[in-house]
Design a protein around this ligand. Structure first.
Ligand SMILES: *Cc1c(COP(=O)(O)O)cnc(C)c1O
Length: 359
């Protein structure tokens, strides 16, 4: 069987070890005689699996007891609504750095006043605007950022200081890719399908003092406090994806955790950006100082050549390299599970293509 290097933005590549373990345990988990998919979410066996996933997240991210860790449904997109439903009383600050950031602020406008503190929308989100402490509204209920912009290939290289205003972060595409001090945040959420595990779960990390503030009309499955009280099980959780996330986190821990994977992620990104900077054919699309370590966006000088390259790459074992339609060109999503060898292979294929173009 030939596995390709999958550069998809999400759902994305998973560690092979995790997939193999899942395959080995498919028909019978432990001595249970049944697949994890067939277990009751209330059973002792399954609760152990759930708790194991949460405790790995806590360990790998250094999440203290001041925070709840919830594993919910409705995706990161559901949290675009859940954040204002749980926190917005009068006004919130939002930084508009991409399509998902924009979607989140449009959703929040249904629930209260949204102050767009800074935006790079006019420049097709090629950079992260600078945030100074004086940009933070002292009376805001929270301050909202998107730490990595999946479509545009940009990331915050430093986390804004919002003082006593709770910082809320959509970390979907770079959670666990670099060390973050969780204590700087009021809320962190992430759709699992980028860097945690398979799709079907949104991880929500919320500081306990922010619980219990939800609007009275908040549906209970979006109410963080009610979900915290019910151990994320007011309804049936995504049992299998939570188990799979646990296997992926076990792999990450074995690799050496976030610090080690961060070094590897820097190596991977540098290899690719260095090549883009020296290439005569391919150019990076994001501003240099804001370049993402997870999503590398680039293009050639014209759309036909881009399409030709995507075809060439696909024929050479490089899957899902086509860029998002809002940016065009190509995007290489190089999350934690993408090995250095995959990035090297991509660069080799790009070099071959570029050499062919010169002939
Ligand atoms: C993928 C993504 C989303 C959307 O996630 P869903 O789980 O599909 O709702 C939101 N924000 C960011 C930054 C993303 O990368």
């Amino acid at each position: 069987m030939n596995r390709v290097y999958n550069f998809a933005a999400g759902p994305s590549m998973l560690p092979e070890e995790a997939l193999e373990k899942a395959a080995a345990e498919m028909l019978s988990y432990g001595t249970s005689g049944m697949s994890v998919m067939e277990m009751s979410h209330r059973s002792k066996g399954y609760i152990e699996i759930f708790d194991h996933t949460v405790s790995l997240l806590r360990e790998l991210m250094g999440i203290s007891d001041d925070y709840e860790v919830l594993l919910l449904q409705g995706g990161a997109t559901g949290q675009f609504a859940a954040v204002p439903m749980n926190l917005l009383k009068t006004k919130a600050d939002y930084v508009d750095t991409g399509n998902f950031a924009h979607g989140a602020l449009v959703e929040a406008q249904k629930y209260g006043a949204v102050n767009v503190v800074a935006s790079s929308r006019e420049d097709n989100y090629t950079y992260i605007p600078e945030i100074k402490p004086e940009n933070v509204s002292k009376d805001a209920d929270y301050f909202y950022i998107t730490t990595n912009n999946t479509i545009f290939g940009t990331r915050y290289t430093s986390i804004p200081d919002t003082g006593s205003v709770p910082l809320v972060a959509d970390m979907s595409s770079n959670i666990l890719s670099e060390p973050f001090d969780v204590n700087k945040f009021g809320v962190i959420f992430a759709g699992n399908q980028k860097n945690i595990g398979p799709a079907g779960v949104v991880t929500v990390i919320v500081r306990k003092d922010l619980l219990g503030r939800a609007r009275p009309d908040t549906p209970k499955i979006f109410d963080w406090q009610k979900m915290a009280e019910a151990g994320s099980m007011l309804n049936t959780p995504a049992t299998y994806p939570i188990y799979m996330a646990g296997l992926c986190l076990e792999w990450l821990k074995k690799e050496g955790g976030v610090r080690v994977i961060y070094m590897r992620n820097q190596v991977k990104a540098k290899l690719l950006y260095d090549y883009l900077d020296e290439s005569k054919l391919f150019k990076g699309t994001a501003k240099r100082e804001c370049r993402s370590l997870m999503n590398v966006t680039f293009r050639t000088n014209d759309a036909d050549t881009d399409a030709e390259f995507v075809k060439f790459a696909t024929a050479n074992g490089i899957a899902n390299i086509k860029g998002h339609r809002l940016v065009g060109g190509m995007r290489a999503s190089i999350y934690n599970a993408m090995p250095v060898a995959g990035v090297q292979k991509l660069i080799d294929v790009m070099k071959q293509f570029e050499a062919g173009k010169k002939l």
